[in-house]
Design a protein around this ligand. Structure first.
Ligand code: PLP
Length: 445
């Protein structure tokens, strides 16, 4: 990737000319064409093979060679490519049954959509109808989606770069603190007490507490082991449901099928997407307990999408779960996660600009600091069109020059390879990062 100038071939020029890029000022939208994939690698039009340690926004957990999934999609397209959600199809029925089996606790019935955003929006509606209350309590350092309510539930103004100032939040959203011992003045216990107090003061109007069990794009925030069960108890004490947004953490990423199970919590609703099909097809899900589902036996479930439970997407979901199971990928995430963690810990020891390593399994992150004495983040980019910092962008670009792609967000290098990853690939990625982190070391005060 060294010295690459994009926008050179016809596809890159066309794409730049006629596509509005997401989450970016269009001047900065200059995408590189990907023409091929294999294993955990993507291949550019110039023939550069890049080891992907981001899983493309934490999506491609199966890597790119999951033939069972692509075959299942092809087969489904040939038989029943689409019917509206009022009809039953085999892939949807089998996937719903499977989700009831692998999700924790009494979760049973699933509502389908096509993005994590929609899965959360559905969860809000369901929680509101079921509890008869209207507020959603989420946390500041969180990302839950891009449409009105899910964006309003997302907290960090650095992440939601053009958030509150030009996009007013919808009513009914309240936010509390996160268990972020490294970068907050509250310790995790105090943050729980704060949420307890908030629920009390909101006076029984909160329908649900919504959290990422292990925060993703806002800096891979890892809670203490007992945090989530305690939060569940606090929510329930105040008559609120617990919604776990497992859009990133679901499907084995933390070494358990779901991070809620890792922390011994039993949420009332789990939302999921990304790893559900390994992103071979767009599919998202909102799975609720039998008790909540029961409520809607005689009450209208006033939500739906044309593509809800799309047969090809559900076929991908069934085949993806079978692939996780048959290839032991959840176990591999646990094992490789240990190895990755030890390698990242040693990077953190050697590089003064690494403030803290956080994460579980293959959901890891390194938060940078510009000062060894204090926990000071590097400055956010001055143009404020990105949630990253200039230094973080430089580290990511150097790693990419070294052949490895990392997702960078807020002040953190997010390390989330596919669950198929091997020790040699971990070594390759850590070496590339080791070299890149010299840039952030050099940029310290
Ligand atoms: N929730 C979490 C935790 C996410 O990380 C994301 C996206 O990254 C979303 C929700 C939104 O999902 P989508 O981009 O599919 O709408």
């Amino acid at each position: 990737m060294a010295n690459r100038q994009s926008g050179r071939n016809e596809i890159e020029r066309l794409d730049r000319e006629y596509t509005l890029g997401t989450w970016t000022r269009q001047r900065d939208f200059d995408p590189t064409q990907i023409v091929d994939t294999n294993g955990p690698r993507i291949v550019t039009a110039d023939g550069d093979s890049i080891l992907d340690f981001s899983s493309q926004y934490v999506c491609t957990s199966l890597g790119y060679d999951a033939e069972r999934v692509s075959d299942a999609v092809a087969e489904q397209i040939r038989t029943v490519p689409y019917v509206n959600p009022g009809w039953a199809t085999e892939p949807r029925a089998r996937l719903s049954e499977k989700l009831a089996e692998i999700t924790p606790g009494p979760l049973k019935k699933t509502f389908y959509s096509t993005s994590g955003t929609e899965a959360n929006e559905a969860a809000f509606k369901i929680a509101r109808a079921y509890t008869g209350k209207h507020k959603i309590l989420s946390r500041y350092r969180s990302y839950h989606g891009a449409t009105a309510a899910s964006l309003s539930a997302s907290g960090d103004p650095r992440r939601v770069a053009q958030g509150p100032e030009i996009q007013p939040e919808v009513p009914g959203m309240v936010k509390g603190p996160d268990p972020y011992a490294y970068g907050s003045s509250l310790d995790p216990d105090e943050s729980l007490e704060y949420i307890d107090e908030m629920l009390k003061l909101e006076g029984g109007t909160v329908a649900a507490v919504l959290v990422e069990p292990l925060v993703g794009s806002n800096g891979v925030l890892t809670p203490p082991d007992d945090y989530l069960p305690r939060l569940q108890e606090i929510a329930h004490d105040h008559g609120a449901l617990l919604i776990c947004d497992e859009v990133m953490t679901g499907f084995g990423r933390t070494g358990e099928w779901f991070a809620s199970a890792l922390y011994d919590a039993e949420p009332d609703i789990i939302t999921m997407a990304k790893g559900l099909t390994g992103s071979y097809q767009p599919l998202a899900a909102t799975t609720v307990t039998e008790e909540i589902a029961e409520y809607f036996e005689d009450t209208l479930l006033n939500q739906g999408h044309t593509f809800a439970g799309h047969p090809t997407a559900c076929a991908a979901g069934v085949a993806a779960i079978e692939t996780y199971e048959e290839e032991g990928l959840v176990e591999n995430a646990r094992e490789m996660g240990q190895y990755l963690k030890s390698k990242l810990d040693s990077l953190a020891e050697r590089h003064p600009s690494v403030g803290e390593r956080r994460g579980v399994g293959l959901h890891q992150g390194l938060e940078l600091t510009k000062s060894t004495d204090e926990r000071v983040p590097f400055e956010q980019r001055e143009d404020k069109v990105s949630s990253t910092t200039t230094v973080l962008d430089e580290v990511g670009a150097r790693a990419l020059d070294n052949g490895v792609y990392f997702y960078t967000s807020v002040n953190t290098i997010v390390v989330t390879p596919p669950l198929t990853i091997t020790r040699d690939e971990v070594d390759e990625a850590v070496d590339a990062l080791d070299d890149a982190l010299r840039l952030s070391d050099a940029a310290m005060d």
